[in-house]
Design a protein around this ligand. Structure first.
Ligand code: G6P
Length: 466
């Protein structure tokens, strides 16, 4: 069986368990079990424009191949095309999209740089699995160098509706780049539907079956492969004792208080201001919870050089101040806001002692935090997940309290419903959710995707790639 070669913009830290952000965790968990190679950017931005500082390191059964980005590449490829064009538009925020020709040029050039670095390390039998929106043109660049490998692509973020995707400058080029893969994987059935509708309207592909297309002599498969977590590992982390957190739990139980928890990258797609408004509405509508409900929002800093991220940060700081200013008492503050990354072990413990996991993104490819919250619960006294219908995870996790994150009344009522939910109902919902995330875990995700990739018929393109 061929070696697995995974390529993503950033490689995770295989030696640690602290990374947040679904992609690195999901791939790390999957790759450790099969072994192989992981190529990506090492996170360094260097002054010299042409030095890529290629590094090859081995961690147990995984070899990591990393490169640096130059200041210009970081600016135009990563911050520019990836995070000012693709990220906002794929999350339905065309208003935040900021397109420049130089972004698209550099995005293509960095994908070529990835291909140039990777190509000499490839063996003929390798199976190549490319991840996420940063690397859409990678297969096309590898094909240009003569690669006849089976190459699969997996999109971790949502694929937007036809109207939204067709508003993205250079969408036709992106489509042709995607069609250089042998398998195009998405998180949800809804993403697959959006992509197929787009192809039907905007290209001359022929549908051989609902998820199988023919394009310029090549056969390409399309499928949904919902990503999962390593349930056992996360659940084990939630058992490790931590004196500080334990004391807090005891304090809350003595005072008959409960904690609501949210953990996100500080990103406008996560719906943090809407969530704070909903919590404020909850306190307004149900004053009996004043002094009893504590909302802990962990927001890890992210992409701070993009102005939309700085804006959301100051908006949240203001909102926290306003809500706490209005309601806090000398011994109770309704919102605890932490703008830092928290190690995953600690997060697992915090999830376990929170009655409510409030995960309400405005759009999200999957949202693994929702799955982590479930994995961390004590089955004998489980907490309740409140989940946005616009998170990919909602397609699978129907036993959570599913809400519209824009409807602050609905979210406030869901908090109230969770706070008063009988233990039997909590346990029953948790049982179903736990079996769902255990069936569709990180290993299963990898197995299903790679089985599908292995079974596609690899073909060398007849026409020159775009
Ligand atoms: C999301 C994206 C990933 C990305 C992660 C962290 O989960 O889908 O591709 O790696 O966010 O974002 P960053 O910009 O810090 O890599």
């Amino acid at each position: 069986m061929g070696r697995l070669v995974v390529v993503s913009n950033r490689t995770g830290d295989l030696g640690k368990k602290t990374q947040t952000g679904g992609l690195a965790v999901g791939i790390g968990d999957a790759l450790k079990s099969s072994g192989g190679m992981w190529m990506g950017w090492n996170g360094d931005v260097v002054d010299s424009p042409d030095s890529s500082n290629t590094q090859l390191e081995t961690y147990e059964n995984v070899t990591s191949l990393t490169i640096s980005l130059s200041v210009e590449e970081h600016e135009n490829y990563y911050l520019g095309f990836a995070n000012k064009v693709l990220w906002p538009s794929f999350h339905y925020r065309l208003d935040l999209m900021d397109y420049r020709t130089k972004f698209a040029k550099c995005y293509a050039a960095v994908n070529r740089k990835f291909a140039n670095t990777l190509h000499p390390h490839l063996r003929d039998s390798d199976l190549i699995w490319v991840h996420d929106y940063h690397l859409i043109p990678l297969a096309s660049e590898l094909r240009r160098k003569g690669s006849a490998h089976r190459i699969g692509f997996f999109l971790h973020v949502p694929f937007p509706s036809v109207d939204v995707f067709s508003a993205v400058p250079r969408h036709g080029w992106l489509r042709e780049c995607l069609l250089q893969y042998d398998l195009i994987g998405f998180q949800t059935k809804n993403d697959v539907q959006n992509f197929c509708s787009y192809l039907k309207e905007h290209s001359e592909v022929k549908f051989l079956a609902p998820n199988l297309i023919k394009w310029r002599g090549r056969t390409i498969s399309i499928g949904d492969f919902p990503i999962g977590i390593d349930v056992g590992q996360f659940s084990a982390m939630s058992h490790v004792s931590d004196k500080g957190i334990e004391l807090e739990r005891v304090r809350r139980s003595l005072l008959k208080r409960f904690q609501i928890i949210s953990a996100d990258r500080l990103d406008y797609s996560k719906g943090l201001p809407e969530r704070m408004k909903a919590f404020r509405k909850f306190l307004d509508s149900y004053p009996e919870y004043l002094g009893r409900a504590e909302y802990l929002q962990i927001a890890s800093p992210s992409r701070e050089d993009v102005s939309a991220y700085a804006d959301i940060r100051s908006e949240l700081e203001q909102m926290t101040g306003a809500v706490n200013g209005k309601y806090a008492d000398f011994n109770w503050a309704p919102i605890q806001y932490i703008n830092q990354s928290i190690p995953r072990e600690k997060l697992a413990l915090l999830f376990r002692c929170s009655l409510i996991g409030l995960i309400t993104p405005l759009r999200d490819g999957m949202n693994l935090v929702a799955k982590e919250y479930i994995a961390a619960q004590d089955p004998e006294d489980p907490g309740i997940l409140i989940l946005s219908k616009f998170a990919g995870a909602a397609e699978e996790l129907g036993d959570a309290l599913i809400v519209n994150p824009y409807d602050t009344n609905e979210v406030a009522q869901a908090i109230r419903k969770a706070a008063t939910m009988p233990m039997e109902e909590r346990k029953a919902r948790h049982r179903t959710l736990l079996s769902q995330i255990s069936d569709q875990d990180a290993q299963q995700w990898q197995n299903e995707y790679l089985a599908a990739l292995r079974s596609v018929q690899a073909t060398v393109p007849r026409s020159a790639p775009p």
